[in-house]
Design a binder for this molecule. Structure first.
Ligand code: NDP
Length: 271
């Protein structure tokens, strides 16, 4: 049976470059996924014109019907998967005037709750020796440092349970709606708090994998660095391909090389 890799949010930006890199290096089938089918198919055609051969499946990580359809497809066609890169993400631009409460709902809805939902659907299908790579951000680390000492201690506690993390993320959203998130100990960045959630979720997933009977499944996250993509208004010198490098590296790490760590430029960093 062929090995299978899936990259979320890969019609453009860093996700697209992760697919391009995996198509060159991964011995198996690489799925480029996109919430917009047309944009996804166009991205696939672009890679095909370079002689690469990604497969395509529609995927919106916030839509249960969509991720259940992908799950069914992977089960029926391949019987599982071997590499999952949770790259799909969203950020409001700094100048956006959308009320902060809505920014909190949308940012956490995709980056935290969406990543958690697609992970819950697909992690049980990851085969032994699989690799799970979550594209988080050091903006999460910066946000963590702005949280109250009490919250920092909770988020840094490697024993934190998923239920508590979800409660804290929901509390951030609820207090953000009334502008009371800072007085409740959270940072003033919806994107930053969403990435705190994504990084801590990675640590929880990694801890659960250590208890899992499946052998050698490693879960890690990374910051790609500030890259020149639509998300950042295309204002950085670092390319999306530069940002993709560590994600691709983590898809190929050796057994026991790393479990539950955050990386930047192929090296573990503190959270
Ligand atoms: P882009 O905005 O270029 O790409 C984001 C991708 O995610 C797009 O394909 C987008 O699809 C997709 N996406 C958004 N929402 C969903 C959803 N609900 N379901 C499925 N796909 C979705 O951003 P980047 O390439 O810059 O970002 C990739 C990842 O890297 C993100 O997680 C981001 O937070 C992280 N990151 C980026 C940094 C940077 O400097 N660029 C720095 C640190 C972290 P669509 O085209 O339909 O919008």
């Amino acid at each position: 049976m062929s090995r299978v890799a899936v990259v979320t949010g890969s019609n453009k930006g860093i996700g697209f470059e992760i697919v391009r890199g995996l198509c060159k290096q991964f011995d198996g089938i690489v799925y480029l996924t996109a919430r917009n089918e047309k944009l996804g198919q166009e991205a696939v055609q672009k890679l095909k014109s370079e002689g690469l051969n990604p497969s395509f499946h529609q995927l919106d990580i916030t839509n249960e019907q969509s991720f259940q359809a992908l799950k069914q497809h992977l089960q029926d066609k391949h019987g599982g998967l071997d590499v999952l890169v949770n790259n799909a993400g969203f950020a409001y631009s700094g100048a956006d005037k959308t009320p902060f409460g809505i920014q909190a709902v949308d940012s956490l809805g995709i980056n935290f709750f969406g990543t958690m939902a697609i992970s819950k659907a697909l992690l049980p299908m990851v085969r032994p020796h699989g690799r799970v790579v979550n594209v988080s951000s050091r903006i999460g680390t910066m946000s963590l440092k702005k949280c109250s000492a009490k919250l920092q201690a909770r988020f840094r506690d490697r024993g934190i349970q998923e239920e508590e993390l979800v409660t804290l993320m929901n509390k951030f959203i609820e207090t953000a709606k009334n502008g009371k998130h800072v007085e409740n100990g959270f940072s003033d960045s919806a994107y930053g708090m969403s990435k705190v959630g994504m990084t801590v979720l990675t640590f929880i997933q990694a801890r659960e994998m250590e208890k899992d009977p499946r052998e050698d499944i490693l879960v890690n996250c990374l910051c790609p660095g500030w890259c020149n993509t639509d998300m950042t208004g295309n204002r950085f010198e670092r390319t999306a391909a530069d940002g993709a490098d560590t994600a691709i590296f983590l898809a190929f790490i050796k057994p026991k090389e790393s479990q539950g760590q955050m990386f930047y430029e192929r090296k573990p960093i503190e959270f």
